[in-house]
Design a protein around this ligand. Sequence first.
Ligand SMILES: Cc1cc2nc3c(=O)[nH]c(=O)nc-3n(C[C@H](O)[C@H](O)[C@H](O)COP(=O)(O)OP(=O)(O)OC[C@H]3O[C@@H](n4cnc5c(N)ncnc54)[C@H](O)[C@@H]3O)c2cc1C
Length: 469
Amino acid sequence: MNKNPIHIIGGGLAGSEAAWQAAEAGVPVVLHEMRPVRGTDAHKTDGLAELVCSNSFRSDDAETNAVGLLHAEMRLAGSLIMSAGDANQVPAGGALAVDRDGFSEAVTRKIEAHPLITIRREEVPGLPRADWDQAIVATGPLTAAGLAQSIADVTGADALAFFDAIAPIVHFDTIDMDICWFQSRYDKVGPGGTGKDYINCPMDKEQYLAFVQALVDGQKTEFKQWEGTPYFDGCLPIEIMAERGVETLRHGPMKPMGLTNAHNPGVKAYAVVQLRQDNALGTLYNMVGFQTKLKHAEQVRVFRTIPGLETAEFARLGGLHRNTYINSPTLLDASLQLKSRPGLRFAGQITGCEGYVESAAIGLLAGRFAAAERLGHAPLVPPLTTAFGALLNHITGGHIVSDDEPGKRSFQPMNVNFGLFPPVEAPKAEGKRLRGKDKTVAKRRAVTSRALADCREWLGLPSRAEAAE
Ligand SMILES: Cc1cc2nc3c(=O)[nH]c(=O)nc-3n(C[C@H](O)[C@H](O)[C@H](O)COP(=O)(O)OP(=O)(O)OC[C@H]3O[C@@H](n4cnc5c(N)ncnc54)[C@H](O)[C@@H]3O)c2cc1C
């Protein structure tokens, strides 16, 4: 076996988990963390895996919640982040919330004590050196400037975002297609398109005027002091466009031109909200041009006034924050490796996942993939039916790259959610079709039990039935 260590840059959620997984597989690791030598705008301590904002890992319900399922899969895979989280839990209803200091101390202690891990407190100023033949960049949304610039240089200058406005994403099966219709503007058949690539939601004049007013009046999130950077790609939040004049949106993302309401062809819509397919499975649609800094509850309230979205469920809500992430679907292969430099992997939020748990999960995968290669095996990618596989697939290929909004990047960071999984048939109860909430819950249960069985198989663990014998 090649005895060279795997070099991991960044001792956050992803880097700590990657280091643990590789070392537990028997491979030496050097973990480079720049704090306390150099800080970030959000971190306050020199602890590994510091939680920079909330102390919640969100829902711990592995049966009907996608992030709860990810927790369960990570526990099966021997996750350090999950064991430290479980050991430092504080009461939070159905959520897993942790004592942030106890959690970070537990991760730091475990990493420091591991005989195969060396921690170097230093900033890595550029891309990993050429003699680091296996390396993982896990430097997060606040990657230090020197390394961020080197990454931009190798991946293409437009491939790294610094300030993001993101638009909401809706679960397709919650859109009312008796009101909305499929059509591309002027029925244009773009590359790979059919002329019916968008879902259109029609508004009359009264609905439009009320909607613009609701955007102007809606509560916005406040900017933090580190959010002084200009808008990415001139991608203005929708409420700022609304403030510029009542007609601005009707001449921008809500223009009705080239669209005919399939349910009511004789009546021209005054304005139209368009949604575009977001993943190859066709289970998620993003609201085109609807990047926003409205508070999350306000987004749900205001966007549900859009005809056809009255009962919409959101896989992700819009937001505005500083972020550093690469255009992973173009740049990375299925095992998170930079296509242009084999042996160099990315992990954590910099790959385009969102959230503590997702970042740690991608770190877990990157650590396993790098260790497998070091041990002479091909990395074994988790099946798409697992939360690991669904999230990985979003990052490395499941997202559809759109080229109809020049200058804008369509790949956006995302939390794990059920829209990323291949659909299942809704189970029946006593031969009868389920409806409404019962149907949703039954489908989620079917997805999560399939996921956990497939995850066990991927990890080489006995099935639950075998384990119980
Ligand atoms: C302000 C803010 C608030 C957030 N709030 C939440 C929240 O409430 N809930 C949630 O789930 N997610 C939140 N996130 C997202 C959260 O940061 C990420 O989900 C998670 O921390 C990312 O994990 P990571 O390991 O990719 O990055 P991080 O945890 O940020 O770890 C990256 C590490 O790399 C180090 N580093 C950077 N550059 C270098 C370098 N050149 N050399 C050596 N070390 C380097 C950093 O010091 C850091 O320790 C927030 C993000 C930000 C920026």
